[in-house]
Design a protein around this ligand. Sequence first.
Ligand SMILES: *[C@@H]1O[C@H](CO)[C@@H](O)[C@H](O)[C@H]1NC(C)=O
Ligand SMILES: *[C@@H]1O[C@H](CO)[C@@H](O)[C@H](O)[C@H]1NC(C)=O
Length: 467
Amino acid sequence: MRCPLLLLLLGPLYTVIQAQQIYVKETLTGIIDQEAILPCTISSDPNIRVSQIMWEKGGNSIAVYSPQHGTHVSEPNRYQLLEPSPSSATLRILSLRAAEEGDYSCEVTLFPAGNRKATTKLAVIAVPQNSAEANSEALANGEEQTVATCRSSNGRPPSRITWQTSLPGNVTTIMTNGTNGTYTVVSRYVMTPTSQADGMPITCNIDHESAAVPIPLRLSVMYPPEVTVEGYDDNWHLKRNGVFLTCSAKGNPHPTSYTWKTADGSSLPPTVRAKDNMLYVDEVDERVNRSFLCEVTNALGSRAYRQDVLVREHAMQTQTNAGAIAGGVIGVILVLLLLAAIVFIVIKRKGLHSKQDRGTYSPKTRVFGTGKPSQEFTYQDDGELDKPLKGPGPMRDSGLSPSLGEDEDEEERLKYKVLEDDEEDERFNEVGPMLQLRPHPQIGAYLDDDMESQTDGSIISRTAVYV
Ligand SMILES: *[C@@H]1O[C@H](CO)[C@@H](O)[C@H](O)[C@H]1NC(C)=O
Ligand SMILES: *[C@@H]1O[C@H](CO)[C@@H](O)[C@H](O)[C@H]1NC(C)=O
């Protein structure tokens, strides 16, 4: 496992090792119109002499350095060698063009070792100009149209544009070649806009080698006014004072005017006052018994909402008032809680029994009555719950269990329990708090949990059970 890991770590250096004493950058990214610096260094070895260093691209020599003959650069206005020496010849490209992208080799002639070379892969990128805008002319007219446009101009390589929005739509992307090996990408978000899309967020994500740029936008969708009227509660009766209607409207552009009318075209009754989006009725009379229109206008047109008003002779009788509703709800909740408590207790006790009795008897074959009286002590609450309860004799199993002798078999014991189960259901139907002491093999544990032994041999309940 260690060897591959080592190779992985050394991976980037591997070509350098192959090229032995020559060190270059494997990859380099330059920006268009800016300079690029490509270093090439040679490790010094007293046994090896450097006779020439040459930078070349695609088989063409760009610059040569020789310790004996000096420096020769093919196009000095484009390339330079920075302080060349037998141990280093750094190539400088003055102003990068897209065409200068490619592989640059630093080839070194060594004596007596021969030629060695190492290669730098140069990428030339151009940082694009990015912009995005929502189409302010988008119209909710049922037609598909561009709602947002995102542009990444003069980038290299071309930008990748994606859209992020909850609104369904299609993307149209066009790429054009710009000058100097750059690309311009224009992406449009196309959809059939509705008024709900107005103001919704949409983000154009521009991904490029130079940067990832998100441009958040809000859509603008023009639509005629959407009007609603509030304030009519279906209980406008004669002589009622101070009611009013409120007209609300949305629209893009913003609504400019609100007009109140009657639906039948007649003039507004004198008993109402219209003010902007409000219609006030100081006192309800028969003349208000009609339909009203609130008409709202914006640059796209006018829309109206019709509010029918029915004037009643008298105030409507409300069958229920808040208090009665609250009382009813509380009552229902109390009943449900009571039922839940009963079910819980019954299930818990049955669960206890069936767990203990698993495999010894089936609840379906219950035996009702054994001929023996079930010995049971029931304490009905008469406000004396706190008084000590006296049992016949000592309090532990011996006193509370039925007088089952050693000779009575297990079956007899089980019958007792079955009987208790049955009687337990009946007892839960009784009203009032009860404290029950019953013969049961588990009674000892039961007492320990819920009863407290008193010094005088009696017990009292620590937890009263209300059923
Ligand atoms: C645009 O660029 C691509 C790749 O760079 C090239 O194949 C294509 O011919 C160019 N198109 C034009 C119109 O210059
Ligand atoms: C209002 O008009 C309705 C019929 O549209 C009528 O039944 C009702 O009695 C009228 N109310 C009053 C107060 O006149």
